[in-house]
Design a protein around this ligand. Structure first.
Ligand code: NAD
Ligand code: MG
Length: 379
């Protein structure tokens, strides 16, 4: 029995992780759950999985949850500190499926407590990659990728010595706006941007997929996960989302992982690693027929080259781009800015970033706040 702590349990990844637990009651138990503010859903999850502790980031929602669960002996924690504390409770593995930089401190708390991490929260590595890697080494803790591309890369490298890795081929679906030019993206709506062709995900990452910011964040994530430089990562648009990414070895052999576009596969692999779990939906290559690969249009989708520039500059630049993006995506979803302004504002915040090469977690949060302020002041 693996005892799981799930952070972000009410979201897209969190609920799919609970589907996996539900389908494998002999393999997993859930001991603790955390989320942002959805008291109703986390209450029903807490009761269904009979957990010991729950946490909500939102203090008011946590107070409400405490009343809802008064007839149980489930421990209710609250606030950012409560979420961090929950990540350190008794359990074997922490799945971090929180969205945004809010996931960074809980990841660090879980590593400090010696927990194996299954990481969906890419913003953890984008902002705190160096600190996380240092801590993982110090504590001898394992971190397993959940992001589908990074899981595919990780799966493709099983059995290969790290020094045989030449290049990473990071696939991108291209999102709902693939093939469109800047002029055609001037007035796209929130609904159009949220209409992803292949994946059903939370709102923030869906907008990031439409702008290719998601791929940029994933380049940075891969740099930290696989200890490569950005120049060793080739982004290719693969519309079918069947090849989830691949690696090229020194002898030119390319090994990739294919499957239906279903996040349950990479989530489950992180939970079962190095074993394999159950099959949810088989891939039928005859049905797929054709796999295509194209170069991304980095003139139109500026967020991708911007992230590559950020990781090449290093230091706090990735944090600035990420923080600006969290803020600009929020403003776009609220209808306050246009789609193309997301990348423009991210660029502006990156240019305004005051960098440090040797930085702390507090420096990261200061750079995040500064980038958000630049975005808010610009509209
Ligand atoms: P989502 O918006 O559906 O869910 C986010 C979860 O985080 C919710 O449970 C929410 O309550 C919780 N949350 C938000 N703020 C919080 C806070 N301050 N403290 C505690 N919990 C908080 O998002 P998602 O699509 O599930 O994505 C989660 C993470 O996984 C993101 O980093 C995303 O980039 C990554 N990811 C998602 C997918 C996908 O298919 N959805 C694929 C790859 C990677
Ligand atoms: Mg991904």
């Amino acid at each position: 029995m693996k005892r799981l702590i799930i952070l972000g349990s009410t979201g897209s990844i969190g609920t799919q992780a609970l589907d996996i637990v539900r389908a494998n009651p002999d393999k997993y138990t859930v001991v603790a759950l955390a989320a942002g503010s959805n008291a109703k859903l986390i209450e029903s999850q807490a009761r269904e999985f009979n957990v010991k502790s729950v946490a909500l980031f939102d203090e008011k929602a946590a107070a409400e949850l405490k009343i809802k669960l008064a007839d149980t002996d489930i421990n209710v924690l609250s606030g950012a500190d409560g979420v961090c504390e929950l990540a350190t409770l008794d359990g074997d593995m922490v799945l971090n499926a929180i969205v945004g930089i809010a996931g960074l401190r809980p990841t660090l708390a879980a590593i400090d407590a010696g927990k194996t991490i299954a990481l969906a929260n890419k913003e953890t590595l984008v902002t705190g990659g160096e600190i996380v890697n240092r801590k993982l080494r110090e504590k001898g803790v394992k971190l397993l990728p959940v992001d589908s591309e990074h899981s595919a890369i990780f799966q493709s490298m099983q059995g290969a010595p790290a020094k045989s890795l030449k290049k990473i081929i990071l696939t991108a679906s291209g999102g709902p706006f693939f093939g469109k030019l800047k002029e055609e993206l001037q007035n796209v709506t929130v609904a159009e941007a949220l209409n992803h062709p292949n994946w059903s995900m939370g709102a923030k990452i869906t907008i990031d997929s439409a702008s290719l910011m998601n791929k940029g964040l994933e380049v940075i994530e891969a740099v930290h996960l696989f200890h490569v430089s950005a120049s060793q990562i080739e982004v290719t648009v693969h519309r079918q989302s069947i090849l989830h990414s691949a690696v090229e070895f020194t002898d030119g052999a390319v090994i990739g992982q294919l499957g239906t576009p279903d996040m349950k596969v990479p989530i489950q692999y992180a939970l079962t690693y190095p074993d394999r779990g159950m099959c949810f939906e088989k891939l039928d290559l005859m049905k797929v027929g054709t796999l295509t690969f194209e170069r991304p249009d980095t003139d139109t989708f500026r967020a991708l080259p911007l992230c590559i520039e950020a990781i090449n500059r290093g230091g706090l630049y990735p944090t600035a781009v990420n923080g600006a993006n969290e803020e600009s995506v929020k403003l776009f979803l609220e209808g306050k800015i246009k789609f193309l302004q997301i990348a423009e504002l991210n660029q502006k915040a990156m240019d305004a970033c005051i960098n440090k090469t040797d930085f702390t977690v507090d420096d990261i949060f200061a750079a995040d706040a500064a980038a958000r302020a630049v975005v808010r002041a610009s509209i």
